[in-house]
Design a protein around this ligand. Structure first.
Ligand code: HEM
Length: 455
């Protein structure tokens, strides 16, 4: 009888460096460039070293499936999500275990299709309000920041739907502070800042405090106004306060969940919208087909929830935009115990970077991956495509809870924009993706809004 030989596992290959920080500086500087070049050189499973921690990039959809679904229990939120906690607290995004599961179940109904459909009117009313403003901007031939416009739209839609409060007035002052702060998370990975005690008056601690003050000013107002009964009892905040009254949540948990939905729900969708504006401005062929569809289906009407199912090309454009410009370009996990992926050895304690940005560009799964081609999402695309080659909202038990809401915002608002306006890019510098935590157009998106009916 022969004894079975232990399987020989390979060490994943990756860029070698003598720096004590390993590949960390390069990653902080330009994570997209590092990931893409390393993947092209080393293949579908790459090893980086961040200080004394191994960080792996699983670039093949099978490997991603392993981490997010098949063996997800072995992959915890980990170190990087820990750094998110200083702004997000321990809400759904950063939390784990029993209390995550309990709160996810509690909040899930607020984001299910039925609930999302109920927000249709708020979403279209909010878009109408923005478009009325755009009339004035178009009359004046103003140059505007398209990304900032979209932040305002999203804050109005998200705020009114989920918090019963229009938050768009924060778009100019408070939100930029929050966005600038949250986006530094990548730069802060492994930096000495993270090790300094919070009470020390370092510039880093001061900045963190300032960002938290900006966040708290919004969230405290949202919660306080609900406690005073100013916003009825039919939204996410009321639900959380009811759970608190029944001792299912404490005050801190309510605060953290509201903060998480606010932070995770505005910057992401606004970035996606900004890229949609970019496509409208840079691809006349796509814009013309959108205009044709919107006229045929809506004949000048405001879209309803039923119309969304008929706007097939619009959906294809939204999906292709999320493929090439995924607002969440990467998200982390840490391996709890040793594991094996595709014959590679994974040591417990090492990190994973799951990257929509990389797998959405995988040439084995996407023809001409770098070209923007909505046709690839023609009806039936999902019958032939690998499920884990397209993950703009993640997958598995931790898939984005706001996915349906974000898609509905885009499916209703994009046709309304197309009905009335055209977008002209103002050429200054090339539009490139930011390498901050959320991938919006770097430095904003300078555009002019043109009335469609005036040519
Ligand atoms: C285009 C817009 C959006 C994109 C691309 C996006 C992307 C993602 C991704 C990739 C994840 C998974 C992260 C991981 O597994 O580590 C996630 C989680 C999450 N998202 Fe979104 N998101 C978007 C919009 C929203 C909206 C509108 C909300 C809320 C209103 C939201 C709330 C959340 C929350 C709470 C989680 C954590 C879920 C959990 O772990 O249980 N997101 N999102």
């Amino acid at each position: 009888m022969t004894t079975p030989q232990p399987k020989v596992l390979r060490e994943p290959p990756g860029p070698v460096t003598r720096s004590i920080l390993g590949n960390l500086n390069e990653f902080r500087r330009d994570p997209h460039a590092l990931m893409i070049s390393a993947w092209q050189q080393y293949g579908d499973f790459v090893r980086f070293r961040f200080g004394n921690v191994n960080a792996y990039l699983p670039a093949h959809p099978d490997y991603i499936k392993h981490v997010l679904v098949d063996n997800h229990k072995n992959y915890a939120r980990g170190r990087l999500y820990k750094t998110f906690e200083r702004f997000f607290g321990k809400g759904l995004l950063t939390n784990e275990g029993e209390s995550w599961m309990k709160n996810r179940r509690m909040l899930q109904p607020e984001f299910q299709q039925e609930a999302v459909l109920q927000h249709t009117q708020i979403i279209t009313e909010s878009a109408t309000a923005m478009l009325e403003n755009w009339r004035v901007k178009a009359d004046r031939d103003e140059v505007v920041d398209g990304h900032k416009e979209m932040v305002g739209l999203v804050l109005r839609q998200l705020g009114r739907s989920v918090f019963s409060l229009d938050l768009s007035s924060y778009a100019d002052e408070v939100v930029p502070i929050i966005q600038a702060g949250v986006s530094t998370i990548i730069r802060d990975i492994g930096s000495a800042n993270e090790l300094t005690p919070k009470w020390l008056p370092t510039p880093y601690n001061k900045r963190t405090r300032q960002i938290n003050q900006a966040i708290h000013s919004i969230i405290n107002r949202v919660i306080e106004e609900h406690k005073q009964g100013l916003h009825g009892d039919n939204d996410l905040v009321s639900l959380l306060l009811k759970e608190q009254a029944e001792n299912n949540l404490n005050q801190r948990q309510v605060f953290d969940e509201v903060t998480t939905v606010f932070l995770a729900g505005h910057d992401t969708t606004a970035a996606a919208f900004a890229w949609l504006l970019y496509i409208l401005g840079s691809r006349p062929d796509v814009r013309e087909r959108l205009e044709e569809e919107v006229e045929r289906v809506l004949s000048g009407r405001i879209p309803t929830a039923e119309d969304v199912n008929l706007l097939l090309y619009t959906r294809m454009v939204v999906m292709e935009t999320l493929r090439l410009y995924p607002p969440v370009w990467g998200f982390p996990r840490d391996a709890i115990a040793d594991d094996e992926i595709g014959g590679f050895q994974i040591k417990g304690g090492s990190s994973m970077i799951v990257s929509p940005y990389v797998v959405h560009r995988h040439p084995e799964f996407w023809d001409s991956p770098m070209s923007f081609n909505p046709e690839r999402f023609r009806s039936g695309w999902d019958k032939t495509q690998h499920r884990h080659a397209y993950i703009p909202f993640g997958h598995g038990p931790r898939q984005c809870i706001g996915m349906g809401f974000a898609l509905q915002q885009m499916m209703l608002s994009l046709p309304m924009i197309v009905q009335q306006f055209r977008v002209e890019l103002v050429p200054t510098t090339e539009v490139v993706p930011a390498t901050t935590a959320i991938m919006h157009p770097h430095g904003g998106l300078r555009i002019k809004i043109k009335h469609r009916d005036r040519g």
